[in-house]
Design a protein. Sequence first.
Length: 412
Amino acid sequence: MDLLLQPSELSGKVKIPASKSMAHRAIICASLCKGIPYVFDVTFSKDIEATLSVVEAFGVKYQISGNDIAFSGMRPVKEAIADCCESGSTLRFLIPVAGALGIKTTFLGQGRLPERPITPYIRELSKKGIHFDYQNTMPFTIEGQLQSGIFELEGDISSQFVTGLLLALPLLDGDSEIVLTSPLQSKPYADMTIDVMKKYGVFVEETEKGYYIKGNQEYQSAYNNEDVKVEGDFSQSAFFYVANAIGNHVTMQNIPENSVQGDRKIIEILHDMWYTGKDDTFIIHAEDIPDLVPILSVAGNFAPCITKIVGAERLRIKESDRLATTAEMLNNLGGKVQINPDGLTVFPTGTLKGGTVDSAGDHRIAMCTAICATRSESPVKLLGAECVTKSYPAFWEDYQKLGGIANGIHLE
C-alpha cells in the first residue's frame, strides 16, 4: 500500500499502544503458568500474534476478550511448528523455552528474519543437550532437552538472547548462570524481562558477571494477587514526542509515570538535544535504545546542532538495514545524513522538501516518514505503508484522527 502524505499539523489526543516488548514477555510468562493468569490491555500487532501462535503450537490454551488474554495452562507437545513471521523477539525468546520444555521444534520465518543470526544459541545450547539442524537460514529444527549450567554470551549481541535464557532457565532442574563476556548492550530490555518474571513469581539474581538463575522455579499466576496490565509503549510514543519537538501538538495517553522501559529516555534526549549549542555536536549513545535511532534522526534534522548517533551497528540486521534506510529516508526528503560504521551523523536542515520514501518493509521507517511529512514543504509519497501493522496496527487511523493527511486511507 502506497500513501501520499500531505504536509499537515498533528493536534489532539492519542492513546499510545501497549508495549510490544512487555507484552511478548508477559505472554510467555503467563503461558508457562499453572492456573488461569490474565494479561490485560494487549495491542495485537503482527509480532504479538506471532508469539501467541508459537506458544499455542507448544500446547498453550488461551482465550482473547477484547484486549485481554486469559491463559489456562500448557500441556507441552512433543513436536511443534513455530511460525515466527518477522518477529525476532518471538524467535529468540522461544528457542530456549522450546529446549527447556523438550519440544522438537521447527522454526519458520519471513522477511529478513531468516537472515538474523542465532549464533550464540547454536554455540551455547549445543553444549547443553540441544541439537540444531541449521543451515544459516530458516526453516531450522531444534531437538533435545536443555540442561542447566553456565551459558556465556557476548554483551554486544542483542539482549534478546539474554531474555530467552532468562525466561527458560528457571524451568530446568539445576541452577544456571549467564556469564557476560563484555558489557551488555540494551540492558534495559533484560531489566524489563526480570521485572515481568518477578510479577509471575520467578526470580533472577544479577551478579557482577551476569545473572544467576535458580532452577526448579514455577511461574505462578496472579503472583501477589496482581494480573499483568501491559503499559504504554515508549518506543511508539517516541514518534509523537518527536512530532511535538518539531512543531506538532499531540497529547499522549497511556504513558506510565514509572517504567523500566529503556526507551523512556526519549524525553531526556529531546530536552538535551534542544539545549545544545548550534556550534556543538550532540552525541547519542544508542546501545541501550536501538529502536529510537530512526525517529531521533528525524529530530536531529530539526535540532539546533549536529547530531551524531553511535553504538548503533546492530541496526543493520533489523527489519531493514536501519542505518541505510534511515539515511535514505531523510536524504530523499532533503535532509543531510551521513552513514558511519557504528551509526549516523545528522546535519540539521531545519526543513524537508518532500519526495518519495520506500519503507523497505520496516514499520519504524514508515512511521518516521509520517512524522517527516508534518514538516515537509511538499507531499511525501510513502511506499509500503502497511508494514506498520508489525507493531502499531492503528497508526494510520490515529494519524488521521490527529489531523494527518494520508491519501488512500479511509476511516470507517
